[in-house]
Design a protein around this ligand. Structure first.
Ligand code: HEM
Length: 226
């Protein structure tokens, strides 16, 4: 029986803990050009190699505004913790609302106008609010991908785009208090702990959400990639 066989099979990364399963799933959704373990087809602008992007300061500011909308939502949800397990993810040191406010303030002081978030940030925020109530496994998937993507590819993108249009200035968005790898390791342990209580079906529900997470974060990156 095929279904039972599938059920019994060990998942890639399972022996190392659930976060490793999430990481493997996420890496596959990158294109080859984005990361060496990537398997996805390059279909959209933001999936093109970075040197082909045509970023502008205005587009970057819009990306930061929409990202801030998403981080504001994420961090408010964790504070409110509609499911008790989210309380584990308060004050991880990965929070981005504060640094993004400083960056936007800096651009404002240089004379740029700071726009409202677009549909991309607003739609993603709304989805996160809904999932945080109705589907905690899916919400944790978004939580993992939003914070870990930013610490990996997001940081690299920030550095390259800054070289292209901001004379290499490093934004607060890409600075953390303390050693980033230690902050990430602590959060990995917590996700592993929280997911320990999940059934295999619930874990799979979490993994399945990775595609949507890429879709919504990708729509934010489009603001920057043009
Ligand atoms: C890791 C690039 C978009 C989620 C990485 C890594 C690179 C990368 C270079 C590190 C690979 C390694 O350690 O071997 C990019 C680029 C992107 C992009 C260039 C778009 C232009 C995304 C998106 C998501 C995502 C949209 C999900 C929302 C992740 C995750 C990791 C990762 C979860 C693993 C981080 C870890 O190991 O701690 N990405 N990525 N990435 N990326 Fe992306």
């Amino acid at each position: 029986n095929g279904a039972e066989e599938k059920k019994g099979r060990r998942r890639p990364g399972e022996a190392k803990g659930f976060v490793e399963e999430m990481r493997i799933k996420a890496m596959k959704l990158h294109t080859r050009g984005q990361a060496k373990d990537g398997e996805a087809q390059e279909k959209e602008t933001q999936q093109k190699p970075l040197p082909q992007w045509k970023p502008t300061v205005e587009g970057y500011i819009q990306f930061l505004v929409d990202s801030k909308a998403v981080y504001d939502t994420m961090e408010a949800i964790v504070d409110k913790a509609p499911h008790q397990s989210y309380a584990e993810f308060r004050n991880t040191g990965l929070e981005r609302t504060g640094p993004l406010s400083k960056d936007l303030e800096h651009f404002r002081s240089e004379g740029y106008s700071i726009p409202e978030p677009t549909e991309a940030g607003l739609t993603y925020s709304k989805l996160l609010e809904e999932l945080s109530e109705s589907n905690p496994q899916a919400f944790i998937c978004h939580f993992y991908n939003v914070y870990f993507a930013h610490s990996a590819g997001g940081r690299m993108i920030g550095r390259k785009v800054s070289e292209m249009i901001l004379e290499g200035r490093e934004l607060e968005f890409y600075k953390w208090d303390g050693e980033l790898s230690e902050l990430l390791d602590k959060v990995k342990l917590k996700i592993n702990e929280v997911s320990n209580d999940w059934t295999r079906e619930e874990k799979d529900k979490c993994l399945q959400e990775t595609e949507l997470s890429f879709k919504y974060s990708g729509s934010l990156l489009k603001l920057l990639a043009n």
